[in-house]
Design a protein around this ligand. Sequence first.
Ligand code: ATP
Length: 136
Amino acid sequence: TEETLVLVKPDGVARGLTGVILARIEAKGYALVDIRLVEPDRETLAQHYAEHEGKPFYEPLLEFMLSGPSVAIRLAGNRVIEGFRSLAGTTDPTTAAPGTIRGDFGRDWGLKVQQNLVHGSDSVESAERELAIWFA
Ligand code: ATP
């Protein structure tokens, strides 16, 4: 069975949405293998977001991710990588479909970075790489 890394980002934790996000994940039938509250340093985030280095939203993204604790989840299930991204919805919370986490709860704050509540690995390779970073 497949595994993925899910993060409830600082906006999700600060807004008290960790519970409803976990409820959707559990209702879908995915298994929580490990879960922890994390306060990553800059180096950890630079590793996690290495592919975005140099993009206009990179610095605001790191600042946002440093702004408060996140919840890191090791999640398991059949096709869980694709399945969680489907639960999360697309990156932009304004246009994310209703019924998704970002579509139902995500807000556009007019900032340089999308504060879109969650992260989910986008491939088997990313999941392995990211799980090693967050669950070292
Ligand atoms: P995930 O966040 O689950 O990896 P994603 O495909 O929605 O998936 P990425 O493209 O990996 O996001 O970008 C990482 C994060 O950077 C986004 O979740 C969002 O917070 C922010 N981001 C990405 N693209 C933009 C953008 N064009 N403008 C502002 N913020 C962005």
